[in-house]
Design a protein around this ligand. Structure first.
Ligand code: AMP
Length: 115
């Protein structure tokens, strides 16, 4: 079993967070340090440390992350103007929290990646 992070406490409502969507497979909550007007993290409830640890049996939940991203973008009113979805993986990818998460960024014109 992969080690839990602070995100598991958010999923279980054990620490304060601004959850915008939750079901039996995924949880979506506002990033504590937003990099855009809308910045939401969408994560599997199951601990998958990073893209490197995704197994074939996880394909349903990984696909569900995208369906929920689409729903949350609509709920936030940013679907029409567009948004960006990002997964950071590992040290060089800039991943800080080892619990797989999709960043949903939008609500304004986003700049290039800058690398
Ligand atoms: P990453 O660098 O891809 O691992 O992204 C981790 C993200 O988690 C960062 O954007 C942080 O601001 C965010 N984050 C860390 N702790 C919390 C928290 N307790 N609640 C909400 N977002 C968090």
């Amino acid at each position: 079993m992969a080690e839990e992070t602070i995100f598991s406490k958010i999923i279980r409502h054990e620490i304060p967070s601004d959850i915008v969507y939750q079901d039996d497979m995924v949880t979506a909550f506002r990033d504590i340090s937003p990099k855009a007007k809308v910045h939401i993290l969408i994560i599997p409830n199951k601990v998958i440390p990073s893209v490197n640890e995704i197994e074939e049996e996880d394909e349903k939940v990984i696909g569900h992350l995208f369906t929920v991203a689409r729903k949350v973008a609509q709920m936030e009113g940013i679907a029409q103007d567009g948004y960006r979805l990002i997964f950071n993986c590992g040290k060089n990818g800039g991943q800080e929290v080892p619990h797989l998460h999709m960043h949903l960024l939008g609500g304004e014109q986003l700049r290039g990646f800058g690398f």
